[in-house]
Write a protein that binds this ligand. Structure first.
Ligand SMILES: Nc1ncnc2c1ncn2[C@@H]1O[C@H](COP(=O)(O)OP(=O)(O)OP(=O)(O)O)[C@@H](O)[C@H]1O
Ligand SMILES: Nc1ccn([C@@H]2O[C@H](COP(=O)(O)O)[C@@H](O)[C@H]2O)c(=O)n1
Length: 208
């Protein structure tokens, strides 16, 4: 079974995707990490994330970079959304994501274009969202918990900018697939959001 989970930053899609993977005993790929790795690799090479040539070269990043804690920071998220606009970057990362999705037994992938581009024929598709205040609070608490110094207002503005960039780009923009079920986690606890996601996957599997 392939499960596609999409949605904006800090909506809780990764939390849901990991829980679905554990529930159905499937491997999970956080595809945002691939774009974060490309963004960080460009910056480390002294390149410009807005330069498509430099970003494309950075797609050959070493596998070990995927485990680098720097990828989880706010700066890596911004760099990721800048490199993610480039069609040649998206093309370079496509095969790796599709191979992961199509492995025997299936997989859970979360990102922005899983249900629309990477796995449009997924057995279940969820679009996870939450309002901007809930997302800002969650990311703020998460970064504070890691010991990062963060300004809540800057974080909020960064999320709004990222939403705008991800939704308005020409290449694989963030949008809800017509066949994806919507889960708004703004007023749901983690456990409630996970329960809603499992129930939605079950409904979609049955109706197939
Ligand atoms: N329903 C919820 N209620 C409260 N906090 C939540 C909820 N879901 C997730 N969180 C917390 O919010 C933060 C962001 O969640 P998560 O990493 O799952 O979001 P995401 O959409 O995958 O973000 P990103 O796209 O940036 O990777 C985490 O600290 C997580 O524990
Ligand atoms: N399938 C995807 C996944 C991510 N992106 C871009 O990467 C940025 C970081 O993603 P996170 O999930 O780690 O927040 C995100 O803002 C997108 O620009 C993407 O384009 N497609």
């Amino acid at each position: 079974m392939i499960i596609a989970v999409d949605g904006p930053a800090a909506s809780g899609k990764g939390t849901i995707a990991r829980a679905l993977a554990a529930h159905y005993r499937l491997p999970h790929l956080d595809t945002g990490l691939l774009y974060r790795a490309v963004g960080v690799a460009v910056a480390r090479a002294g390149g410009d994330a807005d330069d498509e040539d430099a970003a494309e070269r950075a797609c050959n990043f070493p596998d070990a970079l995927m485990d680098d804690p720097e990828l989880r920071g706010a700066e890596a998220g911004s760099l990721a959304s800048r490199v993610a606009r480039h069609p040649r970057v998206r093309a370079a990362l496509l095969a790796r994501q599709q191979a992961f999705a199509r492995q025997p037994g299936g997989a859970v992938l979360d990102g922005r274009d899983i249900g629309t581009v990477i796995a449009p024929d997924a057995d279940a598709k969820l679009f996870v969202t939450a309002n901007i205040e809930a997302r800002t609070d969650r990311r703020y608490r998460e970064l504070l918990g890691k010991g990062d110094r963060v300004d809540r207002e800057e974080l909020r503005e960064d999320l709004v900018r990222r939403d705008e960039r991800d939704s308005s780009r020409d290449a694989a923009p963030l949008l809800q697939s017509a066949t994806a079920g919507l889960i708004d986690t703004s007023d749901l606890s983690v456990d409630q959001a996970i329960a809603a996601a499992i129930a939605m996957v079950e409904r979609q599997r049955i109706s197939d």
